[in-house]
Design a protein around this ligand. Sequence first.
Ligand code: TRP
Length: 334
Amino acid sequence: MANNKIFLSGIKPTGTVHLGNYIGMLSQMRDISREHKTIMFIADLHALNIIRDAAAVREHTYEIAAIIMSIGFNMDNVLMFRQSDVPAVCELSTMLTNVTPKGLMDRAHSYKAATDRNTAAGNDADFGVNMGLYTYPILMAADILLYGADIVPVGADQKQHVEFARDIAGHFNTIYGNLFKLPEAQIMPDAGIIPGLDGRKMSKSYDNVIPLMASSAELKKRIMRIITDSKTPDEPKNPDESTIFMLYRHFATPEESADFAEKFRAGGMGYGDAKKILFEKLDSVLAPMRERYEYLMAHRTELDAALANGADVARKIANKTMPNVRHVMLGTKK
Ligand code: TRP
C-alpha cells in the first residue's frame, strides 16, 4: 500500500549512541525510511536542559548525523537536519505556549518524575527544574507541527509527548482554524528491555553500555565484561535470562537465534564461547557501518554539507508553515 505519510523523529545529542538506542529506535526508523518519507532531526535545543557543554553538544550532533548516514537509512527518503538550524521552531514554540494549558505541562511524565524525586528527597518540588524541562513538550510539539508530520514513531516513554502535540494542535485549530495536521504516535514494537553489561537496562546513567560505533577491540572488551552467573559450561542455561542471548537475538537471523538458544538450554556451551559468538555476530553486522561512520567523522566537511543541505530543505518547509501561523495569530500578511 503506497502512502505518502510523513514520519518524524528527533534524537537528543546528549551522549554516546549505544546498542540500546540502535535496537530501540534507530534501526526501526531506518526500516521506516525504506518505505516512507522520514524526517530525522538532531534535537540539540532539547539537549540544553541536560548538557551545558557546547563542544559536547556539537560533537554528539556530528556523531548522530554520521550514524544516520552509516546504518542503512534510505537517504533518498530522509530529511536530516539539526533542530537549531531552523530558528522558526523557537518562534512556533513561543506561539504554541499561548494555547497550551499549564495543567498539561504539570502532568508531563518527565516533569512529574523530577518533582516526585524532589519530594521523596525532602526538597522543594521544583528544585533543579528549569523551564527547558518544564516546557519541553511544547518545543517538541513545535518540532512535529512545523514540518507537518503525520506519524511520530516513539517508544512507550515518549507517547505522552506526542499526545500533547496532538492536544496542542487541537487547541490551536479550535481557536485559529484548521492549520495543523493532528499527528499520531506510532508505538514502536517493543524490543523488550535491552540489557547492558551488568544485566540492568542499557543506559548511560548506569555506565553499562556498548557503544554502537565501538571499535572492534573495544566491542570485544565490553562483551567480555558482560556479567554472567557462575554456571559451568556443561550446565543448561535459560537464554531468556542471559544478557548474551538477549543481545544476540537482535542481530542474528531467527534460525541462528533458535540455534543459540537451544545450545544454551541443552548445556555444553559456556559463557566464554557464547560471548565469542556474540562478538563475531555483532562485529560482522556493525563493521561495515563503523567503517562508513569513521570515514564521515574524519571528513567533517561532508557532515557539514549534509546538515546544511538538510537545514535548507527544512527551512523551506518552515517558511511555508510560519506565514500562515503569523497570519492567523498576528494578522500579518501571508
Ligand atoms: N523527546 C525525544 C527523546 O527524548 C526527542 C525529540 C525531540 C523528539 N523532539 C521530538 C522525538 C519530536 C519525536 C518527535 O527521545
